[in-house]
Design a protein around this ligand. Sequence first.
Ligand SMILES: [Zn+2]
Ligand SMILES: [Zn+2]
Length: 251
Amino acid sequence: MPRYHIDTIPVWDALRQDSECLLCVLRRRSEHLLADRYLGGSVMEPDTRIRVNAKGFCRDHQRMLQDRQNKLGHALMMLSRLKEVEEKLDGLPQGRGTGRAARLWGLRSAEDSPASALGELHRGCVLCDHLDENMRQYAYSLLHLWKTDGAFRQAFLASKGLCLPDAGLMLDMAAEHLDAAAFSEFQAAVRRLLGENLRRLEEELEWFTLKFDYRNNDKPWGNSRDALERTVNKLRGWTLGEDPGRDKKQS
Ligand SMILES: [Zn+2]
Ligand SMILES: [Zn+2]
């Protein structure tokens, strides 16, 4: 089992942002820091270079790197990775990839298709891997606060809680680290919080749609102006609207 360190201050801080998911705030902050780091000094560290060369970056993270105005750093990283992909390409198995038996039975396994051989060269993302690790740390810290800090528990239960994917992350973490009774208490709380917040969003989003009716022109928006963005963020993790990982003055 991995060892986790506990880092409660950022969790408290994210909770106070009052967003649709405090873990999404932490993820986005972490993502920005990692993107800066990959384009900063750590680019030249052999360890990092090996991992970048082997995996590269997913589309989202490639775009984040490109947005950072360090085209030389980005280009050097990609040059190094490009060379490694060229080398590996030479070593890939040739041919159609489906064995005789598989063809006889009409099977075409995903693992041995030509596309999957090439897939080895472009699946995965070093930044995603790193980010997942950081998120497990934060999830562990949240769980620690839940167990040990009554004020946090209260504030968490009064908050907008978590998005759907991060509720899953938290429950997995809780299943690993809490005993049966503590787990079912936590699970019930997370589900209730999620349910309440989905209902809140349903009302907000419905009012958003009703505002398109001219008869409602003069009625106030209430909380509904950004209900569409927040609904997407609740169901999918932060995707739309103001970047929760950026301070307002930076964005
Ligand atoms: Zn989230
Ligand atoms: Zn990625």
